[in-house]
Design a protein around this ligand. Structure first.
Ligand code: ZN
Length: 340
């Protein structure tokens, strides 16, 4: 009960990449870089387990960014052909690579990493992949013509990858879909269909992470524009509840999401965000407990998984370690008070 997990990413150690920065370039190269990524993943698995996190991740230590870490291994993408694009409904303008031919996955992407992390994680292991809609919102299309068609093509190759990661021992495959909060109509039209295609045939647990993004300025400014109540989840949760995805995340720590929206997910396990990723202030275990208890009227305790709001990657390492400890300790308080 109150099984703990994290959204996925954790800071890179300073010897591996420049800290407190998204897209930070590696500080090692060649064989040293490959060894460094494994060492960093090992470090974070240990620290998560020490903190009492039940379902751990590699902290995204093997990838520069949660979307491009996967796309770098996909054929059909021209990385030299950059297209300037407003992503997440024009929240950020960036130069993105361009799809110029049918996409394919010539070889496994994350298999070696999962073999390594599986060998060292003593508890549950979560593997994260970018969701098809979020991929399509992070890359330009000069081939498919319709975003829904490109999403389905990516969903097929994500499914190949996910099946292999499951076979290697992943306990849970999570698809990261922050774009679901920006394109609610598209989610209902084709986003969930693409997500289900990506998860097709999996027997392990599956999850979708939907969030208001990392605690960076563009997201903080965007949240300021959303008014006193954030109701984006309301438009998509009914269809997600009807889908075959097992777990759904939502932001509850310091957010303006009405917690009653959790009630739209009666058939899902709910990853309740109890750790704010937009502040360097470390929660106390009692604050974590209070957020869990605020969610309890809307979800049975058996279906409530305390989690982080989003990834911790851009935070200072000591802050991330403190937040992991608070998450584990807060969930332990919940178990002590509510049974299990
Ligand atoms: Zn997120």
């Amino acid at each position: 009960m109150f099984t703990t997990t994290i959204a996925g990413s954790l800071p890179k150690p300073a010897w591996l990449a420049e800290p407190e920065k998204l897209w930070a370039p590696w500080r090692l190269s060649g064989a040293d870089l490959e060894q460094g990524k494994r060492d960093a993943a090992l470090l974070w698995i240990k620290l998560q387990e020490d903190a009492g996190i039940d379902i751990v991740t590699d902290g995204e230590q093997f990838r520069t960014h949660f979307v491009h870490g996967f796309l770098e291994h996909i054929e059909g993408i021209d990385w030299q052909k950059k297209t300037r694009m407003g992503i997440r409904d024009n929240r950020y303008v960036v130069d993105v690579p361009t799809v110029t031919a049918p996409v394919s996955r010539p070889r496994p992407v994350h298999s070696d990493e999962v073999r390594f992390t599986r060998a060292h994680a003593t508890r549950g292991l979560k593997c994260t992949l970018p969701g098809p809609m979020t991929i399509c919102d992070t890359i330009a299309d000069a081939h498919y013509g319709r975003r829904a068609d490109m999403a389905m093509a990516f969903a097929e190759i994500l499914n190949q990858e996910a099946r292999e990661l499951e076979a290697l021992g992943a306990d849970l495959i999570q698809f990261d879909e922050p774009a679901f909060n920006a394109f609610m109509d598209d989610v209902n039209d084709w986003g969930i269909a693409a997500l289900e295609r990506a998860a097709e045939g999996l027997r392990c647990k599956t999850a979708v992470h939907i969030c208001y993004g990392y605690g960076i300025k563009a997201n903080i400014d965007w949240k300021e524009s959303l008014g006193s109540e954030w109701r984006q989840y309301e438009a998509i949760f009914p269809a997600i509840n009807a889908s075959r995805i097992g777990q759904v995340s939502l932001e509850c720590a310091n957010s303006r999401v009405p917690l009653s929206l959790i009630g739209l997910l009666p058939d899902k396990e709910v990853m309740v965000g109890v750790i704010d990723v937009a502040t360097g202030a470390v929660e106390t275990p009692e604050q974590v407990l209070a957020t869990i208890e605020a969610a309890l009227p809307f979800v049975d305790k058996e279906r409530l998984l305390p989690c982080t709001n989003c990834g911790l990657a851009p935070l200072p390492r000591a802050v991330a370690e403190g937040k992991l400890a608070a998450l584990g300790a807060g969930a332990a308080l919940a178990r002590a008070r509510h049974g299990g």
